[in-house]
Design a protein around this ligand. Structure first.
Ligand code: ZN
Length: 447
């Protein structure tokens, strides 16, 4: 045998050895859940047209936790929450508590909001849409603090119950997401992938199913005033019913410009959740690929700029008959008076990579689908899921295309989120540069 044949044979042996190692449980998993349905009546968020708090529950809502760990340096805590979005403050609270208790790094905690528009108001997110008195604000702030403690409690429970686990990945598809900008700006993209992560105990029973989809969780439109996790919440319930003992966790994808179609009734929640749960169920029935350690995680905050807006614009807006413009102007003038920086936005970007097997790029806020499509193209060798709505959710993040087109996701929505105006032209470039940095640091290669 020539020397290069020896090298080839030896390489093959190594590969076989590592494939064999992948079969044995090198990971531990922990799972927990907590019911986060508020005491009623309670104001729901997401639609400015609501005129009363919710008085009934259609579906209970949950925070769910999946911990995957090889060692302290090598772990990830996924938290999936049935709310519209979280504030920076609550995410920071949760991290601070978990860092003190378990020594976790910031990159080891990924919180994702399902973006249900039938979930409770989280203080101070999206507060421009309502004009609450101090008592109502305090009540919402109290719920927000309770939610933070509940998430920490669920993570503690998951960490206490770590068990040897095998993890697998696969991908399905569901077709009910449409690009909601199509009527005004044709040729909008969609991403119908349904990434799935299955966590089994040593006896092969399914303990957790993590899955994603890129579509606004808004089947129930503004006329609904009942608490619900919408299609994503009900899909989790269906998956759990099909696999008793399993906890299903939903991670929202880049759904900024994606809507369910059709929408408007609870029968359609049933329809879309069934389609999504069936897509996940089909993947679980097929042969799935093993997901191995190490788990590499990175977290970076990139600074994004808003287009400059002169103070005089807000001095005009505060006199406007449009109450949303007026409230945004009040916030902006207060910020100017206090000397706060209103021209920059701190944007967290996170990557979680399991060996060469599965990668989650966690973008924050309401990211449009162009980002998912771009990064999947840039990293074709990665089994990549680009999640949006990770960490905090405080505005829409348009691509350069959507920014140039304008419209709600391109800039108008900044009014309701209480920001000065559209992003500057380099928003996509700044995010993409930071994405390449975190992806490189977790070992992903372009092209
Ligand atoms: Zn939204």
């Amino acid at each position: 045998m020539r020397i290069h044949q020896w090298i080839l044979a030896f390489g093959l042996l190594l590969n076989l050895a590592s494939a064999h190692a992948g079969d044995s449980p090198s990971l531990k998993a922990g799972v927990a859940r907590v019911n986060i349905t508020p005491d009623l009546p309670f104001w729901l968020t997401g639609y400015a047209s609501r005129t009363a708090p919710a008085k009934e529950v259609l579906h209970s809502i949950w925070a769910k936790v999946l911990v995957l760990e090889q060692s302290k340096d090598n772990r990830i805590i996924f938290v999936a929450v049935d709310v519209l979005g979280l504030s920076k403050e609550i995410v920071e609270d949760v991290f601070t508590a978990l860092h003190a208790q378990f020594g976790i790094q910031r990159s080891q905690l990924l919180i994702n909001s399902s973006h249900t528009h039938a979930g409770p108001m989280i203080w101070p997110c999206l507060n421009v849409i309502y004009d609450f008195d101090e008592a109502e604000q305090a009540r919402i702030a109290t719920y927000t603090q309770r939610l933070s403690r509940q998430i920490v409690g669920a993570v503690e429970e998951a960490m206490r119950g770590l068990f040897p686990a095998k993890v697998f990945t696969g991908k399905g598809s569901a077709g009910f997401a449409i690009n909601r900008r199509d009527a005004l700006f044709p040729k909008g993209a969609v991403d119908h992938d349904v990434p799935v992560l299955k966590v089994e105990s040593e006896d092969h029973s399914i303990k957790a199913v993590l899955f994603g989809y890129a579509c606004h969780n808004t089947t129930l439109v503004d006329k609904n005033n009942l608490i619900s996790g919408d299609y994503a919440g009900v899909a989790q319930t269906k998956i759990e019913a099909a696999h008793p003992g399993a906890t299903a966790l939903f991670l929202m994808g880049c759904a900024g410009d994606q809507n369910p179609y059709p929408r408007g009734t609870s029968a359609l929640v049933e329809q879309h959740s069934t389609e999504l749960a069936n897509a996940v169920g089909k993947v679980l029935m097929e042969a799935m690929n093993p997901v191995r350690a190490p788990i590499r995680t990175e977290f970076q905050v990139v600074s994004l700029s808003f287009r400059p807006v002169d103070r005089s614009v807000f001095q005009q807006d505060i006199l406007s008959s449009n109450k949303f413009l007026q409230r945004r102007a009040r916030l902006m003038l207060e910020a100017y008076n206090k000397g706060w920086n209103t021209s920059q936005f701190s944007y967290p970007i996170q990557a979680v990579r399991f060996n060469n097997d599965f990668t989650i790029l966690g973008l924050s806020d309401e990211v449009v689908v162009d980002y998912s499509i771009l990064y999947k193209k840039t990293y074709p060798r990665e089994n990549l899921f680009v999640a949006g709505y990770c960490n905090d959710v405080q505005l829409y993040v348009p691509s350069k295309k959507v920014l140039d087109e304008g419209g709600y996701e391109g800039g108008e929505s900044m009014i309701y989120y209480g920001h000065p105006g559209p992003f500057a032209d380099d928003v996509e470039d700044r995010i993409t540069n930071a994405v390449h940095k975190v992806m490189r640091r977790v070992g992903a290669k372009k092209y």
